[in-house]
Design a protein around this ligand. Sequence first.
Ligand SMILES: NC(=O)C1=CN([C@@H]2O[C@H](COP(=O)(O)OP(=O)(O)OC[C@H]3O[C@@H](n4cnc5c(N)ncnc54)[C@H](OP(=O)(O)O)[C@@H]3O)[C@@H](O)[C@H]2O)C=CC1
Ligand SMILES: O=C(O)C1=N[C@H](C(=O)O)C[C@H](O)C1
Length: 242
Amino acid sequence: MKILLIGYGTMNKITARLAEEEGHEIVGIIAGSGKDAPYPDFKTIDEAGADVAIDFSHPELLLPLLEDEVKTPLVIATTGQKEEIVSILKEKSTSLPVFFSANMSYGVHVMNTLLKKALTMLDEFDLEMVERHHNKKVDAPSGTLVKLLDTALEHRDGSYPVYDRSNVHEKRKKEEIGVSAIRGGSIVGTHDVIFAKDDEVIEITHQAQSKEIFANGALKAANVLVNRPNGFYDYNNLFEER
Ligand SMILES: NC(=O)C1=CN([C@@H]2O[C@H](COP(=O)(O)OP(=O)(O)OC[C@H]3O[C@@H](n4cnc5c(N)ncnc54)[C@H](OP(=O)(O)O)[C@@H]3O)[C@@H](O)[C@H]2O)C=CC1
Ligand SMILES: O=C(O)C1=N[C@H](C(=O)O)C[C@H](O)C1
C-alpha cells in the first residue's frame, strides 16, 4: 500500500517503520513540525496520492484537514474531541471508507465486548474505571476509557460519570461511574474496569505492553479498509462481508 501518515510523532514513526518492514511505501506525511521526517510533507490528504492515510495526530492537526474534500480511505486513531471527529468522519464516509478506533488493539475491542456482557450480569455492582498512560499523553481520560464509559452509560439506565471525586463530599451513589486517569513514566496504556460490591470485586483489564500493537492494528485495518466500499467502520463491522 502507498501510505500517507497524518502526524509524525511517537506513534506514526513506529507505523512508518513497521509499514516499511512489511513492504508498504510511505509516500509522505502531514505533520505539525515533522522536522526529522525522511518523507515529503503534504498540506492536504488527497495530494499525496496514497491508497490510505493513517492518522495518529492531534485534533488541531486532523480537523482542519477534514474540512477539504477527501477521497483517500482514512484510518483514524487520534483521541480527544471524539464527538466532533466521529461526526465529521461519518459525514465523510458516504463518499470514502473510514475506519475509526480510539484503540487500534483488537484486544480492547474484545474487552469492550466482555464489558457489555458483564454489564448485563452485574447491575448490583458499583462501577469504576481507571486508565494509566505515559507522561507525554495530552488528553485525559483516554479515548479508550471514553469508549468503555460510553458502553457503560448505554447499558446502565440513569448512570453518570464522576471524574473528580475530590469535589464530592458525600457517599458514593449507585448510579455513579467513577473515572480516574493516571499519568506517569512510559506506561504504554492500561485500562481497568472494576465491578465492586460487598465482599467481592471483578475486574476486566487490558494492558498494552508495546506501542507496536496500535501501529500494527492500524496497518491491519488499513489493509482491509482499502478493499471495502464507502462507509464508516470500526472493529464491530470491519471484518464483516457486506
Ligand atoms: N487509537 C489508538 O490505538 C491510539 C491512539 N493514539 C492517539 O494518537 C495521537 C498521537 O499519539 P502520539 O504519536 O503518541 O503523539 P505525539 O505527541 O508523539 O505526536 C502527535 C503528532 O501530532 C502533531 N500535533 C500535536 N499537537 C498538534 C497541534 N496542536 N497542532 C498541529 N499538530 C499537532 C505533532 O506534531 P509536532 O511533533 O510538531 O508537535 C505530532 O506529529 C494521540 O491522540 C493519541 O492519543 C495513540 C496510540 C494509540
Ligand atoms: O496516547 C496514547 O498513548 C494512547 N492513546 C489511546 C487512548 O487515548 O485511548 C490508545 C492507547 O491507550 C494509547
